[in-house]
Each structure stands twice: as structure tokens, then as C-alpha cells.
Design a protein around this ligand. Structure first.
Ligand code: GLN
Length: 483
């Protein structure tokens, strides 16, 4: 049963082919047997099985939703009442949230079972899952390789079928990039579409929660549960939520697909380029027209992001001071010494680097030169997309410049690491939705195709992804040893 999609499992549960307790136990066993992947930080079988038993009661009374009894792995960035929420950091190694994130509550209300909390880059800062205090996650396709980050635990868990689906967050690519490197489907919704309440903040104007699933159809099922306005999140948007399952199979005749020349330049690995070209041919066969477009400010995305994201992070992370929650240094002389030792001990190298860059960019005298400048660039980058969407319905290209790279290959070179997100970051800066779907393999490693749409076109993106998955079976491939 572990190789099935949510859609299939839901039908089986409602038919009574097996119970949610049996299903949950099956995944718990797989998680236990595959600890070498390091995909999970916290697993609490008692909590999971209690939720599964409750789901079974509902299913017996035919009271369940489509997702009742379906197990789900949550990125350890979502506060979960009564359970550890570490955000991949020593700073929160002992933090048990007194309340649950809205996303977690929505999943619970739909009757879903929490399978555990997945490993991630510390405070979601990273592209390889190597900044986690709990150690790196391994890519199930090749355990010497990174799974991508920062939602690498969820991506590896779904790829290795340790969970039917997972949740993640995407600030600069952290859902789409690990989805691409692990061969699964990752949806980053429009900024404000899914509540950020109870999601540990990294860069508040960029962070957005989304899904990591086997298929676009499963992403639609999950979006029906997690999308929507939340009075507890002032940046969530009060826009009606469509039924994302509706129109999934619509034909693509007449679809105008924009190909930004900047997404296909020298930095793109030739194998990835070939696979993307093949995928584009398939869309042409389905009636789409390919149109070359220009996103002239693309080369500014990475520098712009690496001013704005660290600036917001330096402010957000000031709350971790040893007073309110989380780690506190054991020996200190006075209050200031306590703050300093706590933060020196609690944060890892990458987080400290971001706090320093952000504090610098926001400080008097530098604010205009860096932060304000970056905000202006952000506007230009967004305008590029606005103009492009006057010409085309969606934009397609690679999700990442290369397939997964080796663990340790880029840890000493932050700039090389940052460049992994070159095709994903502009989407966050503009607040747009984007999806990565499996499109092929290069040297045995998965490659993702990225599809970007105008605001609130998640339904359209899922439709396009679903049509692709009706014609291909890349999304059905399971890494050797996990099938
Ligand atoms: N890799 C990017 C960073 O390190 C994006 C991370 C994310 O999307 N959370 O900031």
C-alpha cells in the first residue's frame, strides 16, 4: 500500500480495504526501517496511531472527508501542539508549541494523521538540507547526494514512500527545488493563499506553505484542505478557494507557454536542458504554443533575494533570545551575556551569516544602499512577470540548474549554494505560484520541470501538471530499495 497516491489510498480507506491504523503502521514501519535517510526529526507513533484510530471511527460511520485517515509528514517548521517543533535548529531543540499552525489544524480537521515532523535546513535557510542541526537528509535516489532544501526531509520521505505526501515551505525555492531533486511534485502557492500562522517565520514577505506529493492530483486534494483565508494571518488573502480537483483534466489546446531566455542560458546543465526540451515538446503535442519571452531583470534575483531574505530573517530571529522559548545558555554572567551566549550556541553557521548580512543591510547608513535598493529591484522583477503574463498564460523552464549534487560539495561555498535557486527565487520575490513536476532522469537522478503562473492560478498549474502526468510516468518512479 505504501506506493499508492493519496487518491488511491482514500478510495481504499473508504472501501474498507484496510484501516487508517494499518496504513499508518505501514508508514511508521517504513520510517523506522529507513532512518538512514534522516528524513524525520520527530516521530511519535502513539500520537499518529491515536489520530488514525479516530479517523477509523469516522470512516466506519461514513463521516470522513476524502482525506480522513491519510497520513501526512509535516515539515518541522509548523508548530504542532504537544509535539516538538525544532525548525532544524538547536535553538528550538526543546520547543513544544502551545498551539498548532493553521495548516496543521486544517489537516487535522480533515481527519488526516500526522506521521511526524520532517528534517529541514535550519530555519529553512539552505538548498541542500545540510544546515540542519539534526544532520543532513540523504537523497533516496543516491544516498551520497543531497535531497535539496530546505524542505528536504518531506521531499525525501515522499520520494522513498515513507509518507504518501508531505508539507513544506518555500521562501526562495524550498518546495520546488527538493521536489525536483527527489523526483516528486512540489507546489508553491501564491503568497497569501495558505496561512502562515504558526509557521516559524524566516522571511515573512516571501514565506509560503505548500505541498510535496507524488502527483498533481494529490496536490489538488491537499490544497483543498490547506488553502484559504485566515484571520490570524494578516497577509493571508481573502479570495475564494476553488475546488482544485475541478478542471484537472481540461485540455491544453491554445495554452501559451512562455520560455524566458534567461532560464536556458549557459548555467543550465545540458542534460537538464534536454529533458526540459522533451517535456516542452509534449506540451506542444497537446496543443500548447511555445513563445520566447524576456525576463530582463532575472540576473538580479539572487542578489536581491540575498539582501531582502536575510534582512527579514535578522528581524524575525531576534525573538530567539533565551528568554521566551527554546535554548538558553547554561552559564552566563548577566542578561546581555545570556543573550549573546544563547544565540552563539543556538544558531548554526548559515543562520548567523544571514543574521549578520541582514543586520548590516538594515543598519543606518546602509539601509538605503542595500535594503531599499533591493526593494526597488524586487518591483522591477515583478514588473517583468506582469509584462510576460500579458503575452503568455504560463511560464515554463527548469526548476534547478543541475540534478542533485553530492553531500558536502557546496557547503564551503555559500554563493555556489545560493545559485541553486536561480530559477525559483524570482517567483517568491513576485509572490507568484509555481510547481515543479518530475520530467525525466539524468545519470539516474530526477530532473524537475517548473511551471509558473499569474497570481491565484494554482488550479491552472495543477491542470497542466496533471495533463503531463497523464501522458508520462516519471512521477511513478520509486528509488531502488524503496519500492
Ligand atoms: N535556498 C534559499 C535560502 O537558503 C531558499 C530557502 C527557502 O525557500 N526556504 O534562502
Amino acid at each position: 500500500m505504501h506506493s499508492k497516491t493519496i487518491k488511491q489510498l482514500s478510495a481504499d480507506l473508504h472501501r474498507g480495504s484496510f484501516s487508517s491504523v494499518e496504513l499508518t503502521q505501514c508508514y511508521l514501519d517504513r520510517i523506522d526501517r529507513n532512518q538512514k535517510l534522516n528524513a524525520f526529526i520527530t516521530v511519535d507513533p502513539e500520537v499518529s496511531l491515536t489520530q488514525a484510530r479516530a479517523a477509523d471511527e469516522l470512516l466506519k460511520k461514513s463521516d470522513g472527508t476524502l482525506l480522513t485517515g491519510i497520513p501526512l509528514a509535516h515539515k518541522d517548521i509548523f508548530c504542532t501542539e504537544g509535539m516538538l517543533t525544532t525548525c532544524g535548529s538547536k535553538m528550538l531543540h526543546n520547543f513544544i508549541a502551545p498551539y498548532s499552525a493553521t495548516l496543521i489544524e486544517n489537516c487535522q480537521q480533515a481527519g488526516m494523521v500526522c506521521l511526524g515532523k520532517t528534517n529541514m535546513d535550519e530555519f529553512a535557510m539552505g538548498s541542500s538540507n545540510e544546515t540542519s542541526y539534526y544532520g543532513p537528509v540523504k537523497n533516496p535516489w543516491n544516498e551520497k547526494m543531497v535531497p535539496g532544501g530546505s524542505s528536504g526531509g518531506s521531499a525525501a520521505a515522499v520520494s522513498a514512500r515513507l509518507a504518501p505526501a508531505g508539507t513544506g515551505t518555500d521562501t526562495g525555492g524550498s518546495i520546488r527545488q527538493p521536489a525536483a531533486l527527489c523526483g516528486i511534485t512540489g507546489l508553491k502557492p501564491t503568497y497569501g493563499r495558505v496561512s502562515r500562522y504558526g509557521m516559524v517565520a524566516f522571511a515573512s514577505s516571501l514565506d509560503q506553505a505548500g505541498t510535496l506529493t507524488q502527483t498533481a492530483e494529490d496536490a489538488a486534494l491537499l490544497m483543498n484542505v490547506i488553502a484559504g483565508f485566515d484571520t490570524k494571518d494578516s497577509t493571508s488573502v481573502d479570495e475564494p478557494v476553488p475546488d482544485y480537483l475541478h478542471g484537472l483534466s481540461n485540455d491544453l489546446d491554445g495554452l501559451r507557454v512562455g520560455l524566458p531566455k534567461q532560464f536556458f542560458d549557459d548555467g543550465l546543465h545540458s542534460d537538464v536542458a534536454k529533458i526540459v526540451a522533451e517535456a516542452l515538446k509534449l506540451f506542444e503535442k497537446q496543443g500548447a504554443t511555445l513563445i520566447d519571452i524576456d525576463l530582463p531583470n532575472s540576473d538580479l534575483c539572487v542578489p536581491c533575494y540575498y539582501v531582502i531574505a536575510p534582512s527579514e530573517a535578522s528581524s524575525n530571529l531576534s525573538r530567539f533570545d533565551g528568554v521566551r522559548y527554546g535554548h538558553r545558555s547554561e552559564s552566563y554572567q548577566d542578561l546581555v551575556d545570556m543573550y549573546m551566549k544563547t544565540r552563539a550556541e543556538g544558531f548554526g553557521v548559515e543562520v548567523k551569516r544571514r543574521i549578520m548580512i541582514g543586520t548590516y543591510a538594515l543598519s543606518a547608513g546602509y539601509y538605503d544602499a542595500y535594503y531599499l535598493k533591493a526593494q526597488k529591484l524586487r518591483r522591477l522583477i515583478t514588473q517583468d512577470f506582469d509584462q510576460a503574463f500579458e503575452q503568455v498564460d504560463v511560464i515554463m523552464g527548469p526548476t534547478t540548474p543541475t540534478p542533485a549534487f553530492e553531500l558536502g560539495a557546496k557547503t564551503e561555498d555559500p554563493i555556489a549554494m545560493y545559485l541553486n535557486d536561480i530559477y525559483t527565487i524570482s517567483v517568491n520575490l513576485s509572490g507568484l505560484p509555481g510547481i515543479s513536476i518530475p520530467a525525466g532522469f539524468a545519470q539516474g537522478l530526477p530532473v524537475g520541470l517548473q511551471i509558473i503562473g499569474p497570481y491565484f492560478t494554482e488550479g491552472k498549474l495543477l491542470n497542466i501538471a496533471h495533463r503531463f502526468q497523464m501522458e508520462t510516468d516519471w512521477h511513478k518512479k520509486i528509488p531502488r530499495g524503496f519500492d
